[in-house]
Write a protein that binds this ligand. Structure first.
Ligand code: TNX
Length: 532
């Protein structure tokens, strides 16, 4: 894979075009309610029927006896709906059988698990029930998608605000449904990360993996090693200013993600992909000399000094500080493309680092090369191979899975959002080939790696590497429309998988993205409705 990667970095497109969409004018005609079977990701069970519910200026959002979290979800929903509808949508804990009702517990909700929900819609009310607040939140995303796309606009729009009648009962296929954002190659600030979080939430993803360090930049403040950010965070690909998250910034992201029911998985990539750290502290280098900062796009040239004790003092401090500000259970330790680390050193390093993650109460995730070392009990491996990945490399991964290592499936030629759609895509890379919308959707995470037991798949992820991307508009152009496909693979039952039906549902999302100001790629594979 290495030769291919290096070659492809040479082919990298640097003069990337911008991808901002001009927001079209709002539709004049009263928009129709979205049918229940248009939701993305496809719900587990849909029973359309009965009259629709119509939101009006007297609609209240009820959280009968609701706890703080349910009330927060209600407040979030009100915040979504108020600008475009112009309704006041007061939130009340008083019970009643009219309006929008959000309820935790009761009526068979235990079966809905940690994230499932049931939505019942009829002429008097729309009720969302769940066992847990996360389920309510996901149900609210479905409710939102049942309203016309213009509900996403932030100024008052003409109605009517109808929600089709019927019942949706919905639980996810996988518990780990992630998107990754590389804030190292180009830095993205808190506002940009929050915007992406909001987009992930719409498709019921529940994990945001942040790639916080790489050769080009260290992006998270570590008090005991301050030069990591003051020096290591001071640039990025192309030589721009870079940037980093203070601890307060990071906590703000974690909190915001939690309010959208996403857990943050922070990644410190090691022992390779470490030039920014090596440049910040000479003592981390075997020869005691700090290399210059790096603003190119090659990979595989840097390595921590595996035999040095200092390296593990450093790793301990970083993992301790990062774990302390991370409420989620996972901490990603990278481990990919360590081409400048010998195999023995790689194994020795991973043997030493995995227990550090455990010591600070976290479960380690590593890129799948970790499977070729000694994955500790409980460690998760993230598969990022592609069709050209060697049989031996795959075998290492499937064997680890057979021995209990659980996998996150993120094949580069399927789920990498930074791969070009086709030869004309102005942004992105192509080392894993072109990834069309169909290609990114039309595969099965359960069978992608033959021989992996069903329980061995924890879930899916859509990574977005940013060598060629430096603005939110560019992120969105690459993520949309492929991200919802990966979200659907993570959420919807395998039995609902069907490209033709999916692309029709996906097409219906286009006007919603227009309304949200998301400049998506209008792939010719998708029958987009004409822009009004
Ligand atoms: C491979 S995927 C990488 C990254 C690059 C990406 C670009 C992985 C674990 N490593 O370092 O950014 O390709 O597509």
């Amino acid at each position: 894979m290495r030769r291919r990667r290096l070659l492809c970095s040479l082919l990298l497109v640097t003069a990337a075009g911008t991808a901002t969409a001009a927001a079209p004018p709002p539709a004049a005609a009263a928009p129709a309610a979205t049918p229940l079977d248009r939701v993305v990701p496809a719900p587990a069970a849909v029973h359309p029927g009965g009259d629709p519910y119509t939101l009006g200026d007297r609609t209240t959002i009820r959280v009968p006896g609701g706890g703080a979290e349910a009330r927060q979800v209600a407040g979030y929903l009100a915040g979504l709906l108020r600008p475009a509808t112009g309704f006041s949508l007061p939130v009340t804990t008083r019970s009643g059988s009219d309006g929008i009702v959000l309820k935790i517990g009761g009526k068979d909700t235990a079966k809905l698990g940690a994230e499932g929900y049931r939505l019942e819609s009829g002429p008097r009310s729309v009720t969302v029930r769940a066992a847990r607040p996360a389920g309510l939140f996901h149900g609210v995303q479905t409710l939102r998608q049942l309203l016309p796309p213009s509900v996403e606009r932030r100024t008052e729009q003409p109605g009517a605000w109808r929600i089709a009648g019927g019942t949706v009962t919905d639980t996810p296929r996988y518990g780990y449904r992630a998107a990754m954002l590389d804030v190292s190659r180009h830095f993205f600030g808190v506002r940009q990360v929050k915007r992406y979080i909001d987009q992930l939430a719409l498709y019921k993803l529940n994990t945001l993996h942040l790639h916080l360090s790489d050769d080009q930049g260290w992006r998270i403040a570590i008090d005991s090693w301050p030069k990591l950010t003051s020096h290591g965070g001071s640039t990025q690909v192309g030589g721009g200013r870079g940037g980093f998250f203070t601890k307060a910034d990071y906590r703000e992201i974690v909190k915001y993600a939690a309010s959208r029911y996403l857990t943050v998985v922070p990644e410190i990539d090691m022992p390779g992909h470490t030039n920014a750290a090596l440049s910040s502290y000479a003592e981390l280098n075997c020869d005691g000399k700090a290399p210059p900062l790096y603003t190119g796009t090659d990979v595989g040239f840097s390595s921590f000094c595996v035999p040095k004790k200092k390296t593990y003092d450093f790793v301990d401090d970083v993992v301790r500080e990062l774990a302390a500000m991370t409420p989620g259970r996972y901490l990603h330790i990278g481990g990919d493309e360590a081409h400048s680390t010998s195999h023995d050193d790689y194994v020795a390093f991973m043997d030493k680092v995995q227990p550090v993650v455990a010591k600070y109460g976290k479960t380690a995730i590593g890129w799948h090369q970790l499977a070729g070392a000694h994955p500790a009990k409980g460690t998760v491996a993230q598969y990022w191979g592609y069709d050209a990945t060697s049989a031996d490399e795959r075998k290492e991964v499937t064997e680890a899975a057979a021995h209990g290592t659980r996998l996150i499936i993120s094949p580069a030629d399927r789920s990498y959002l930074d791969m070009k759609y086709d030869k004309n895509t102005p942004l992105g890379l192509a080392w894993a080939g072109y990834v069309s919308v169909r290609r990114s959707y039309d595969w099965n995470p359960a069978t992608y790696l033959p021989g992996v037991p069903e329980k061995g798949v924890l879930g899916v992820e859509a990574p977005l590497w940013t060598e060629t991307l430096s603005t939110s508009a560019q992120l969105e152009y690459m993520a949309f429309p492929r991200l919802p496909g990966i979200a659907e693979l993570g959420w919807s039952p395998a039995s609902s998988h069907d490209w033709d039906r999916y692309r029709a549902r996906l097409a219906a999302q286009g006007p919603r993205w227009d309304a949200m100001g998301i400049g998506y790629y209008r792939s010719p594979e998708v029958p987009w409705p004409g822009r009004s």
